[in-house]
Design a binder for this molecule. Structure first.
Ligand code: MG
Length: 361
């Protein structure tokens, strides 16, 4: 092969590898091997949930979105009055009325929703008790009567619609109140609109984990495989009108603190000092608390280790000749020294607790 041929071959290979790396070329947006709405996909196993004590009362810091008394805080898609009706403490999807949106917008949340599929049972597959809980109006946790009602797995109750089937089918019979507890982390975007990190979702259905911190690859939708596009940090929560009179009650959420980047600032540990092995050797020995717990301190090369309460040995980090920290912790040993600098005992300090420990060897 001539040099020019070799160069041309390298150029062709380089352009091919560039094409393979280019976004959207030859790669699926889905993390799964399955096509969206694939009816061949294995059905999640059925697990009967244990009875729960309902309704689940909102904690002190919750934003109560629906307590059974009215539709304040909800509106139509156009911003008009809420188009659903309230009956017996529940709000009911009015077929063909449109989606329901919260007036307030939310980002990262812990969300509690109780819902019940309609009785009498009508329809089948996606036509039976279909609704949905849309985080940020874009990311749907499917609501469906999935009790003895087969459908494609990424569209059954507890699915992140079109993306992730639930881990198990934890559905209760239609007419019975069911719970969703959802932890949602919104997608993050760079200032120029590019995605920084995808949305993540954990879902517990009737007390059973059905989504385990899954990463969404974009907004959910029927036959849609849309990538993320930039959107605000907070958007309304929405409930779907899919033409079935699904009931909802006791809806509340807790707004979660967003993780600051970088992480929380940790108070720096006080500086360690260096003590010569001959000095450290003075601390080696056996010590005992008044109630008989033994502490053994021993020298290993250039550092001390303590053994007590059947814990693995812990390194002692000197801050002075009187104060040693247990490495990685805020616990300390505060030594009493005699005239020759030899320890006669110490105070073991952890949290607000101070335990006197005397030397016994
Ligand atoms: Mg739906």
């Amino acid at each position: 092969m001539t040099n020019s041929r070799q160069i041309r071959l390298v150029l062709v290979l380089m352009s091919l590898s560039w094409l393979q790396l280019a976004p959207g070329f030859g790669q699926s947006r889905s993390a799964s091997e399955w096509l969206a709405h694939d009816p061949e996909r294995p059905r999640p196993p059925v697990v009967s949930p244990a009875p729960q004590s309902l309704p689940v009362a909102p904690p002190e810091d919750a934003v109560v979105l629906f307590d059974g008394t009215g539709m304040a805080g909800w509106r139509s898609e156009e911003g008009g009055p809420a188009p659903w009706k309230v009956q017996d403490g529940a709000m009911i999807s009015v077929p063909e009325s449109g989606y329901l949106y919260t007036s307030r917008a939310f980002g990262d949340v812990q969300l509690h929703v109780e819902w019940a599929a309609p009785l009498p049972v009508e329809g089948s597959s996606q036509g039976r008790g279909n609704s949905g809980v849309y985080l940020m109006s874009k990311y749907e946790v499917q609501v469906l009567d999935s009790y003895r009602n087969d459908t494609y797995p990424d569209g059954q109750a507890g699915a992140v619609y079109g993306q992730y089937p639930p881990l198990v089918n934890a559905s209760l019979p239609p007419g019975e109140w069911q719970t969703y507890d959802i932890v949602f982390r919104r997608p993050r975007f760079h200032r120029d609109g590019r995605l920084a990190s995808p949305a993540r979702m954990t879902v517990i259905h009737n007390g059973i984990l059905v989504q385990d911190n899954v990463e969404l690859w974009g907004p959910t939708g029927w036959l849609q495989h849309a990538p993320y596009t930039y959107h605000p940090d907070r958007l309304p929560l929405a409930l779907q009108d899919h033409g079935n009179p699904v009931r909802f009650r006791n809806i509340w959420l807790r707004e979660l603190p967003e993780h600051a980047e970088p992480g929380p600032v940790r108070k720096p540990a006080p500086p360690a000092i260096s003590l010569a092995p001959a000095v450290l050797q003075r601390y080696a020995g056996r010590y005992r608390t008044p109630d008989g717990n033994e502490y053994v301190i021993s020298l290993h090369g250039d550092h001390l280790r303590a053994f007590f309460y059947r814990q693995p040995e812990i390194e002692l980090v000197p801050r002075s000749e009187r104060e040693f920290a247990l490495r990685w912790t805020a616990a300390r040993l505060l030594f009493d020294l005699d005239g020759e600098g030899r320890p006669t005992g110490f105070i073991f300090e952890i949290g607000g607790d101070r335990r006197p420990v005397k030397r016994v060897d």
